[in-house]
Design a protein around this ligand. Structure first.
Ligand SMILES: Cc1cc2nc3c(=O)[nH]c(=O)nc-3n(C[C@H](O)[C@H](O)[C@H](O)COP(=O)(O)OP(=O)(O)OC[C@H]3O[C@@H](n4cnc5c(N)ncnc54)[C@H](O)[C@@H]3O)c2cc1C
Length: 569
C-alpha cells in the first residue's frame, strides 16, 4: 500500500469528507422510523439534579450550569433524512478513529460524524502496557507496581477497574493497531526508552512512525504545530492511515457534520444522533447497536472550564487560554441532556505543559532565588508547583555543557522534534536567545537583575547546588545524583511563562465498559463515551510518569468499545 506524505494524508482526509457528504443521499432511509423528539426530558432534569454536587458549588442550579440545560428537542418535521448503521461515532479525534477502526474491523457498519473538515490529531505518544516494541526491548512493565502507583497519584479517586482495564488490555490494543497500520508503512516504536531513570519511570510510551515520515531531527513545519513548537506530531500519520483504512472498508465518514442532540427512547435506550451538516440541515443517524461519544474535552467552553477545571484560569501565573481544538463539551452536554452525569469526582486535572522551548533545565529557582523542587519532578508536576510559588515565578538556569550532559538524562533529548545531538541542541538554545525567549549571561548578577531575583540568594543557591554536585548528593531535594551537573558561567536562563493547558482530564461518569452512567450508576443502554469525553480516570494531576496515557487510554477503550459493540467482549 502506498505511503502518503503527512500533508497528502491530511488532504486525503478533507477529500474523504467531501466524498462522505456525497454519499449521504445514497445512505438515507426514506423516512425516520422514530420520533425525533423522543428524548426523555425527565432524564435531563434528573441529570441537573443529580450532578448539582459537582465542583465547588453544591448549591448550583441549572442556571449556574448552562451546559446542563437541555434545549428544545429538534422537531421531527425538521429532520431532512435518516441514516442507519450499527454504530454511530461522534468525533474523529484519536478515540473516535480508534473506535471506528475496531468496530468496522469487527464486522459492524459504522458512521462517523466529525464537525470539522478533517480529523483532530495531537501529539502521538501512547502509554501502553507490554506491547511488542516494549517486550522486544526487554522493557516489560510490572502492571501491579505501575497501576498502584497510578492509583496513588490519583489518590484512588478514579475508577480502578477502568485503570486496570487499560493496564490489562492496552498492549493487546497497541499490537492490534500496529497490524492494521503496518500495510500503510507505519510501525510502533518505544519512545524515551533511555529516559526511565528520571521522570518517565515507566517505559510504556510508544509512537507510530514510518515511511517517509520517519522522524528526523528537523522541526517539522506541519500545520498542526500549534503554539508550542510541538513540531513532531506522529498522531497525524496514524489517524490518517486509519481514516484511509476505515474508508476503504466502507465506513461512512461525514465531515462537517455536528451532532446536536441524542435520541433516547422511552425504554431508556439511546438510539440515534441528530446532526447538522455544513448547510445546517438535520439528519438523524440511527445506531442499531450504539452511539459512541468521542467528542473530546470541554476546555473551550468557558463556563465548564471555570467550573470543572478552575486552575486553568485561576492561578498566580495567568489565564491559560485553551489553545487547541480540544472540544467545547458538546458531546458531554448532549449526554447530560439524556440522563448522563459528570464524574462524581469534581477534581478535573488539566494537562499542562510548556512545550519544547521550556524544557526543564539544570537548576530551577523561584522569586526568592531558591530551589523549591527536584528538577526531575516532571513537566506537569512543575506546572502545579509553579502555581505554588509567589507570583508563579520559576526561573531555570543551565549552561552550554548541559547540552552534552543531557543525552543520558534529558527530558526530550530523544525526541526528534527537539534535537538529536548536543550541537543541535546548543544551536537551538542560541536561537532562542536571539528570539529573547532565553537569555545568556556571564554572571548570576545579570540573571538576577533580568528576572528580578535577589542576587545574593541566587548565588548561594548555585553555590549550594554545586556543592551537592561535588558530593554526589542533593541534600535539599534529593535529585537523582546522575543528573547533578555543576552550574558555572556563562549561563543560559529563562523565566517560565504560563504552561499551556492542553486538555481537561475529566468528563462523563462511565464504567470500565465505557457505558455512560446515570446518577444511580445505571448504564444508559446504547450510549458510550471514550477519550476525553469520558471521566473517572484522572485526579489531582495528569502524570507524565506515564507519558502518553491519554492517547493510550483512547486507543485501549476505542479498541474495546468496538469489540463490545460487535459482541466480542
Ligand atoms: C498539542 C497537544 C499534544 C498532545 N500530545 C499528547 C500525547 O503525545 N500523548 C497523549 O496521550 N496525549 C496528548 N495530548 C492529549 C490528546 O491529544 C488527547 O488526549 C486526545 O486527542 C483526546 O482524543 P479524543 O478523541 O478524546 O478528543 P479529540 O482529539 O478532541 O477529538 C474530538 C473530535 O470530536 C469532534 N467533535 C467535537 N464535538 C463534536 C460534535 N458535536 N459533532 C461532531 N464532532 C465533534 C472534534 O472536532 C474532534 O475532532 C496532546 C494534546 C495537545 C493539545
Amino acid at each position: 500500500m502506498a505511503v502518503l506524505s503527512r500533508r497528502s494524508f491530511v488532504t486525503g482526509g478533507v477529500a474523504a469528507g467531501a466524498l462522505g457528504l456525497l454519499g449521504l443521499a445514497g445512505c438515507a432511509s426514506p423516512a425516520p422510523t422514530k420520533a425525533a423528539d423522543s428524548q426523555d426530558a425527565g432524564k435531563a432534569d434528573e441529570s441537573n439534579a443529580a450532578s448539582s454536587g459537582q465542583g465547588s458549588s453544591a448549591q448550583a442550579t441549572a442556571s449556574d450550569k448552562p451546559w446542563e440545560v437541555a434545549p428544545e428537542p429538534i422537531a421531527e418535521a425538521d429532520i431532512a433524512q435518516t441514516v442507519e448503521s450499527d454504530v454511530v461515532i461522534v468525533g474523529l479525534g484519536a478515540s473516535g478513529t480508534y473506535a471506528a477502526t475496531s468496530a468496522i474491523e469487527n464486522g459492524l457498519s459504522v458512521t462517523v460524524l466529525e464537525r470539522n473538515e478533517t480529523f483532530n490529531a495531537n501529539g502521538g505518544s501512547h502509554f501502553v502496557f507490554n506491547s511488542k516494541p516494549q517486550l522486544e526491548l526487554d522493557k516489560a512493565i510490572d502492571p501491579v507496581v505501575a497501576v498502584k502507583d497510578f492509583l496513588n497519584i490519583s489518590s484512588y479517586r478514579v475508577d480502578g477497574s477502568a485503570v486496570w482495564t487499560w493496564a490489562n488490555r492496552s498492549g493487546e490494543a497497541a499490537d492490534w493497531f500496529a497490524d492494521v497500520v503496518e500495510p500503510y508503512g507505519l510501525h510502533p516504536v518505544l519512545q524515551h526508552s533511555d529516559n526511565v531513570v528520571i521522570e518517565r519511570i515507566y517505559p510504556g510510551t510508544i509512537i507510530f512512525i514510518g515511511g517517509e515520515n520517519e522522524p528526523t531531527s528537523a522541526i517539522d513545519q506541519d500545520p498542526y504545530n500549534g503554539d508550542l513548537g510541538l513540531g513532531f506530531v506522529p498522531e497525524i500519520d496514524l489517524l490518517a492511515a486509519l481514516l484511509q483504512h476505515i474508508q476503504s472498508k466502507g465506513a461512512d465518514v461525514r465531515f462537517k457534520h455536528t451532532s446536536q442532540q441524542l435520541v433516547r427512547e422511552s425504554d431508556g435506550r439511546v438510539s440515534a444522533v441528530i446532526a447538522t451538516d455544513g448547510d445546517g440541515a438535520y439528519t438523524k443517524f440511527v445506531a442499531k447497536k450504539g452511539v459512541v461519544i468521542a467528542t473530546g474535552s470541554y476546555s473551550q467552553d468557558a463556563a465548564m472550564l471555570d467550573y470543572f477545571c478552575p486552575i486553568v484560569s485561576h492561578n498566580p501565573v495567568g489565564d491559560q487560554v485553551a489553545q487547541f481544538n480540544m472540544g467545547d463539551g458538546s458531546g458531554i452536554k448532549q449526554s447530560l441532556w439524556v440522563g448522563g452525569v459528570m464524574q462524581h469526582n469534581g477534581d478535573h486535572p488539566p494537562m499542562m505543559f510548556w512545550g519544547s522551548t521550556n524544557c526543564i533545565k539544570n537548576v530551577m529557582v523561584n522569586s526568592e532565588g531558591v530551589r523549591f523542587i527536584d528538577e526531575n519532578a516532571g513537566q506537569s508536576n512543575f506546572a502545579a508547583a509553579q502555581f505554588n510559588q509567589t507570583g508563579g515565578t520559576m526561573v531555570a538556569l543551565w549552561n552550554a555543557e548541559y547540552a552534552s550532559q543531557l543525552p543520558a538524562i534529558s527530558y526530550r533529548a530523544d525526541d526528534p522534534s527537539w534535537a538529536a545531538t548536543p550541537e543541535e541542541l546548543l544551536a537551538k538554545w542560541e536561537g532562542l536567545v536571539e528570539q529573547g525567549i532565553f537569555m545568556k549571561a556571564d554572571s548570576l548578577d545579570e540573571i538576577a537583575s533580568a528576572y528580578d531575583l535577589p542576587a545574593d540568594a541566587l548565588k548561594k543557591t548555585v553555590e549550594d547546588y554545586n556543592g551537592y554536585c561535588a558530593a554526589g548528593e542533593d541534600l535539599e531535594f534529593h535529585k537523582d545524583p546522575a543528573t547533578l551537573h555543576e552550574l558555572t558561567g556563562p549561563f543560559f536562563a529563562t523565566k517560565y511563562d504560563v504552561p499551556a493547558s492542553l486538555a481537561c482530564m475529566g468528563g462523563l461518569h462511565v464504567n470500565a465498559r465505557s457505558q455512560v452512567l446515570t446518577a444511580d450508576d445505571e448504564p444508559i443502554e446504547g450510549l458510550y463515551a471514550i477519550g476525553l469525553a469520558a471521566g473517572d480516570f484522572y485526579a489531582n494531576q495528569y502524570s507524565t510518569r506515564f507519558a502518553g496515557n491519554s492517547l493510550g487510554r483512547c486507543m485501549t477503550f476505542g479498541y474495546l468499545v468496538g469489540r463490545q459493540l460487535a459482541g466480542l467482549e
